[in-house]
Design a protein around this ligand. Structure first.
Ligand code: NAD
Length: 248
């Protein structure tokens, strides 16, 4: 894309954590930002206010639970109504419900698959006609190293995150002729509320498994997103690992 100036960028689940860092990093570069949130309006409005100070051309918050296909479609429609186009879609919204398979209920399985995998299809399905009509654009799906190597107690999350990788490659193949790139990013352990919720004892074990000896920051993931948007015109169907070496 070369420049962010004037680009319309949607980030799902952008009120906090990695989504927020992506919104701030990309917004600062001059893009028009859509800050999607499901529940936390206050946090999303904070990101909008921060971006307005930091030089984003425009930022607006849009409420939509992207695990609901109607709300996901509404998010894309609102983006088009507001800005007339969509240049970048970053699917980031995710949850986890961690239990061993023995204790994992059907509801826990369905909820995570719905929220973390189906939602990515819903937003892309809704945005596809606009991307293809424009003949340009970039879609970035936040997956996880857990989708590449599995993780004890995360069967539902691992399945969703692995599904995102296969879905990304297929979308990349289908959209390439319209000059729309589709890539996945697989973060390792990143310092956000999702990681803070991990028990201290488990965290000690995690640190020992990371070759670089520390967890990553949301900004380190955001910089990779920025790279794909600005300099990634010839990159598609790829999985970019930002993981301190935990999976090679
Ligand atoms: P987080 O819990 O701090 O933030 C996730 C955000 O997504 C929250 O604001 C939440 O409200 C929002 N969200 C969840 N479901 C939503 C929905 N249906 N509709 C709209 N918004 C929704 O988590 P995070 O650590 O910032 O994770 C962001 C992404 O990165 C997720 O996809 C996660 O799986 C992935 N990831 C995180 C880590 C990590 O260690 N933190 C590692 C690998 C991948």
């Amino acid at each position: 894309m070369g420049t962010l100036e004037g680009a319309v960028v949607v980030v799902t689940g952008a009120g906090r954590g990695i989504g927020r860092a992506i919104a701030e990093e990309v917004g600062r570069g001059g893009a028009k930002m859509i800050i999607n949130y499901a529940r936390s309006q206050g946090q999303a409005e904070e990101v909008v206010a921060r971006l307005s100070l930091d030089g984003a051309q425009t930022a607006i918050a849009i409420k939509a639970d992207v695990s609901d296909p109607i709300e996901a479609a509404h998010l894309i429609e609102q983006t088009i109504n507001h800005f007339g186009r969509i240049d970048v879609l970053v699917n980031n919204a995710g949850i986890n419900i961690d239990r061993t398979i023995k204790n994992l209920s059907i509801e826990d399985w369905d909820k995570v698959i719905h929220n973390d995998l189906n939602s990515y299809f819903y937003t892309i399905k809704a945005a596809q006609p606009y991307f293809l009509q424009q003949g340009s654009g970039s879609i970035i799906n936040i997956s996880s190293f857990v989708g590449q190597m599995g993780n004890f107690g995360q069967a539902n999350y691992a399945a969703a995150k692995a599904g995102i990788i296969g879905f990304t490659k297929t979308a990349a193949l289908e959209f390439a002729r319209s000059h729309v790139t589709v890539n996945a990013i697989c973060p390792g352990f990143i310092e956000t509320d999702m990681y803070t919720a991990v028990p201290e004892k488990v965290k000690e074990g995690i640190l020992k498994r990371i070759p670089l000896g520390r967890v990553g920051t949301p900004r380190e993931v955001a910089r990779a997103v920025l790279y794909l948007i600005v300099d990634g015109d010839y990159i598609t169907g790829q999985t970019l690992n930002i993981n301190g070496g935990i999976f090679m």
